[in-house]
Design a protein around this ligand. Structure first.
Ligand SMILES: [Zn+2]
Length: 406
């Protein structure tokens, strides 16, 4: 292999190795075979580094780790198309869509995305294509979300009538190569499975927890009601998607301080997906239709409940639910601003999109920070996002695995 092609030297005007780093000054990065090999603080390029390899001058930028969107649906369009429209797409149409979406994410500085559910044959193919294309985000997939019969998102192929079927599906998806497992513990947007209704009993969720753990796969569990979160935590779930408090009466307003306390006490991590409501409300009224009325009620509850969860000490990772309803694949910077606007420090929001997200996905030793041995995923912003999160909208460079795409 030609070593020259696999080395890159980057000069960072200011290097932020992770959101908690205090001193950020100039530094040189040596990238080899897609990983950070060496980091040299200061303005002087180490003399012993190869002088024949490519170099990138980011002397006017702050270089920091690439972002992780912990919750997307690559094979959905994010244009408000309903489940019927989506279900009518062929596998190859979904794969094309998925690759396009992974490309959009990477250009926005999102170097890794976690696909939280799609038809297995489509999402596995998207992951294979994205990993071979340097201009796509690294893609992790869950295969189909495991759900009750005719439960939320049942059309994606993950229906499980009982605990034995849950075990069988977790095993099948993991052995087929799923990076993590997704289970629906409440209803959601699928007609007939409203968000305030629980789906699986505690026993089935416990089987999912144990089977996923025995196969070494993180488990992400969708919960839109207080009751579903209580059941999930009792079953041993540690990663909750959405974490909403919907009720049949008001479709929101069900915040439960005892559940928040339980989440904080157990160290359960929530991926709050605040972008969904934001983007429904930002869509033109003629296309958002009935959804706009629904989310005008829901979104303020979601922001307020998020604030209460943060105040209660609940841990967060950031994810957008891109692809679902009107959420685009470059929404993560906006998600971080909403998290910060509703109670988190900028630094904490940035950690939720880097080191904390990586750890939740079981990849804390490979992505989410700039350190020797880590995958060379980085972005360069025109200011430090710890001071100003809008800097994430002004990127000078993005690289995944050491391949610079913009
Ligand atoms: Zn989702």
């Amino acid at each position: 292999m030609n070593r020259l092609r696999n080395e890159l030297v980057v000069y960072a005007g200011r290097l932020r190795v992770d959101p908690w780093a205090r001193d950020i000054g100039p530094a040189w990065l040596l990238i080899r075979d897609g990983r950070f090999a060496e980091i040299a603080p200061g303005r002087t390029r180490p003399g012993e580094w190869p002088d024949t390899c490519a170099s990138l001058d980011l002397g006017r930028a702050v270089v920091l780790p690439g972002l992780v969107d912990s919750h997307v649906h690559l094979t959905e369009s994010g244009d408000g198309a309903g489940e019927d429209v989506s279900a009518a797409r062929t596998v190859s149409e979904r794969v094309e869509l998925g690759v396009r979406n992974a490309r959009t994410a990477l250009r926005a500085g999102i170097t890794t995305v976690a696909d939280c559910g799609g038809p297995p044959e489509a999402v596995f193919e998207v992951r294979a294509r994205a990993s071979a294309l340097p201009d796509c985000a690294r893609t992790l997939v869950a295969a189909a979300p495991i759900t009750t019969v005719r439960g939320h998102s049942w059309r994606l192929g993950g229906e499980a009538p009982d605990a034995a079927s849950v075990r069988e599906l977790v095993t099948r998806f993991a052995l087929a190569g799923a990076d993590f497992i997704k289970v629906m513990a409440s209803g959601g947007g699928t007609p007939g499975a409203p968000p305030w209704e629980p789906s699986f009993p505690e026993e089935s969720l416990r089987v999912a927890v144990e089977t996923a753990a025995s196969l070494g796969r993180p488990l992400k569990v969708h919960c839109l009601s207080a009751g579903s979160m209580r059941t999930a935590v009792a079953a041993g779930v540690t990663l909750i998607e959405h974490g909403k408090f919907r009720t049949a009466a008001e479709d929101g307003g069900g915040f439960d301080a005892a559940v928040a306390y339980l989440l904080a006490k157990t160290g359960t991590v929530i991926c709050p997906t605040l972008s969904v409501g934001h983007h429904v409300l930002a869509a033109p009224p003629e296309v958002s239709g009935d959804a706009a009325a629904l989310w005008r009620r829901r979104h303020p509850y979601d922001l307020e409940d998020f604030r209460h969860l943060v105040e209660s000490g609940v841990r967060m990772v950031s994810g957008t639910d891109a692809g679902w309803r009107f959420t685009p694949f470059d929404a993560l910077p906006g998600e971080l601003r909403m998290m910060a606007g509703a109670g988190m420090a900028n630094r904490e929001a940035l950690a939720a999109a880097t080191i904390d997200a990586a750890a939740a996905l079981g990849m804390g030793d490979r992505i989410g920070r700039i350190a020797p041995g880590y995958q060379a995923d980085f972005i360069a912003a025109d200011a430090d996002p710890v001071d100003d999160l809008t800097a994430l909208d002004r990127l000078h460079a993005v690289a995944r695995d050491g391949q610079v795409v913009r």
